[in-house]
Design a protein around this ligand. Structure first.
Ligand code: ATP
Length: 238
């Protein structure tokens, strides 16, 4: 679970972000909003890369407001998959387990299992430069999954992928999320990709979560004028 209570970060006088959010264990939430609205800021707060000015953060039932990122029960996948080009796929995934990963023993078995789960069995010795965008993103997902944490944060995971790869990656993420009961938060500029992945959607606007609700209902009938404008449709409610 994720619980943010008045989680506040002030970058400047007119750049203050304050988030309240409750997610039950195993829930999948999509996060949308205009560029600069604060979506990545929300993720960075939860992951511990930004210190709060005030408020609290609870993760998987524990207080984590001041924990270091490595102490939080979280894995993260970024838009640019952040793979190391000079290391093979197995080592890139193994770094999710430990910075001292070696390709042997139990750790290597875990890496192979994770690669199999994302459909990349046999890719252990490949270099990132020889992967397609979709394959590289699946390696990044394997690196997150191998950490075996209950919370998965994804920051624009589809951005670098073409349409058919987006559909494949969405389907894979959805399967992993359900199989593992992950609490998952996905930031995306593509609301339609979130439909099959997230039962709930949050719209970030003016430094906060302006609306949160059922994904299909929110997209079909935007309950906030700024969301309607973001979606490029007329608002149905004031
Ligand atoms: N470390 C920082 N110092 C100062 N300002 C920051 C910092 N990080 C983010 N900001 C500002 O906070 C605002 C929100 O940024 P954020 O990256 O969260 O937006 P976003 O919704 O993820 O945007 P995008 O969709 O473009 O990725 C932006 O105006 C950004 O310039």
């Amino acid at each position: 679970m994720i619980e943010l209570s008045g989680a506040t970060k002030r970058f400047s006088a007119d750049g203050t972000f304050r988030f309240d959010l409750t997610m039950a264990e195993g829930q999948s939430l999509g996060v949308i909003g205009a560029s600069g609205a604060g979506k990545s800021t929300l993720l960075q707060m939860i992951a511990g890369f930004l210190d709060l000015d005030s408020g609290t953060i609870k993760l998987a039932g524990q207080e984590h407001t001041e924990s270091a990122p490595s102490e939080r029960p979280i894995s993260m996948v970024f838009q640019s998959n952040n793979l190391f080009d000079h290391l093979n796929v197995a080592t890139n995934v193994g770094l999710g387990i430990s910075p001292r990963f070696r390709q042997s023993g139990e750790a290597m078995e875990r890496v192979k299992d994770a690669l199999t789960q994302v459909g990349l069995a046999g890719f252990e010795d490949r270099r990132p430069a020889n992967l397609s965008g979709g394959e590289a993103q699946r390696v990044a997902l394997a690196r997150a999954l191998v950490r075996d944490k209950p919370i998965l944060l994804l920051d624009e995971p589809f951005a670098a992928l073409g349409p058919s790869m987006r559909a494949d990656f969405t389907a894979l993420l959805s399967t992993m999320q359900k199989e593992r009961g992950l609490t998952m938060l996905t930031v995306s500029h593509a609301p339609n990709e979130l439909q099959g992945l997230c039962e709930r959607l949050a719209f970030v606007y003016d430094g906060a979560i302006a609306v949160i609700g059922d994904t299909a209902a929110m997209l079909a009938d935007p309950p906030h004028p700024a969301l309607a404008s973001y979606m490029g449709v007329a608002a149905n409610r004031p």
